[in-house]
Design a protein. Structure first.
Length: 378
């Protein structure tokens, strides 16, 4: 049998070869700069796949931001300082303000967030303290990696990490994006509920390929937002009372912010909630009356004119705001004329609406909740 290694020997060589391959696959990080998310993805494959489909990954290159960014540049504003600090945050650190490097165009990339050592919420120019090329920070305690040092970070469990971007004051000193302060003013901090408790919910997956796939393995969901599902969890609608009188119906509708630690809607003022209530004949189905309420944050100039375009928002001086706060129950009352003695159906629904004022012609609409009740005739 000379010249034959046998099955046992072949198995040893396969195992040795696999170990060598794994060692060879250990990525090399940039010790003095930022490392591309593509490199992070060689080990953190499941997390990378989720992040790749997130708004963080598209923060710089999504068409709506790109159009608004160009519009602000045409207006002569300091677009690079105002916008890139959050849509391409490493640009201000590396000096790549023209976004020539691929890693800059990765948007809110892995190595940026996991290099943040501190956050100064009120510092409009540079809210983040970043240790470039240092240990990778995260909420996990006791983790180790062959590729890089790991620093457990309480900050990465805190809403302050998110507040560096999700809180913005324009050059006039007006807070135009107030998601962090909405959370801070709510009962969520006292309840020890941070942004991550909703936006980084644990899902099935592996932290790294090296850990294998143990049963029940869970990782934070780096998609950050579950879009329509999360909206429907956050906002509930009820029709608690319909009072029928001789020739009219008084309808009370309640909207509850039951699952959001910030106002609904939050973020950019182009987002709004629309409540629609209509009364129809229970027999013919014809509309007897309808009414609407809109909930949104509007930014105004000094004369009270509503501002829409992003370039205009930089000059806003006042705010009109009737959004639904965390845990708030907003009750609206509507009165409709109806035929005496006729049974009617009351239909109420809430939609979430978003349209970019500079790019999108179509409005993005999500039906969040609906309720219907029948009022018998006399």
């Amino acid at each position: 049998m000379a010249g034959h290694i046998g099955w046992w020997g072949l198995g040893v060589l396969i195992l040795l070869g696999a170990g060598t391959a794994r060692a060879a696959e250990t990525p090399h990080l940039n010790p003095s700069g930022f490392t591309s998310s593509q490199v992070c993805g060689t080990c953190h494959q499941d997390i990378f796949a989720m992040w790749k489909g997130s708004k963080h990954a598209r923060a710089f290159e999504n068409p709506i931001f790109a159009a608004a960014y160009r519009d602000l540049q045409r207006e002569g504003g300091d677009a690079r300082r105002l916008c890139l600090r959050c849509h391409a945050p490493i640009a201000g650190i590396t000096g790549d303000l023209e976004a020539q490097q691929i890693i800059t165009r990765e948007g809110v990339t892995c190595d940026f967030c996991h290099s943040v050592a501190g956050v100064a919420i009120r510092d409009t120019d540079s809210p983040f303290v970043v240790e470039v090329g240092g240990p990778k920070r995260g909420p996990k305690v006791g983790a180790s990696s062959a590729a890089h040092a790991i620093q457990p970070s309480i900050l990465h469990k805190s809403s302050r990490l998110c507040g560096g971007c999700h809180e913005f004051r324009n050059p006039e000193g007006l807070t135009t994006i107030s998601t962090f302060s909405e959370w801070r003013a709510s009962s969520y901090p006292a309840e020890l509920r941070a942004c991550q408790d909703c936006h980084f919910l644990p899902v099935n997956g592996r932290s790294t390929v090296q850990t294998g796939n143990p049963v029940g393995s869970r990782i934070p969901d780096h998609r950050l937002q579950r879009s329509q599902e999360q909206l429907r969890d956050a906002v509930k609608l009820d029709v608690p009372q319909v009072i029928r009188e001789a020739d009219r119906a008084v309808v009370r509708v309640a909207i509850r912010n039951t699952g959001s630690g910030h106002a609904v809607p939050t973020g950019h003022p182009s987002r709004r909630l629309l409540l629609k209530v209509e009364v129809r004949s229970a027999g013919s189905g014809s509309i007897l009356g309808e009414a609407t309420r809109t909930y949104q944050k509007q930014l105004l100039d000094g004369s009270g004119r509503v501002l829409v375009r992003d370039a205009e928002l930089m000059r806003a001086r006042n705010v009109s705001d009737n959004r639904i706060a965390p845990h708030e129950v907003r009750t609206e009352t509507f009165t409709f004329s109806i035929p005496p003695g006729e049974a009617v159906r009351v239909h109420a629904e809430v939609e979430y609406l978003y349209r970019s004022p500079i790019l999108a012609r179509q409005e993005w609409r999500v039906l969040v909740s609906r309720q219907e009740t029948t009022v018998p005739g006399h």
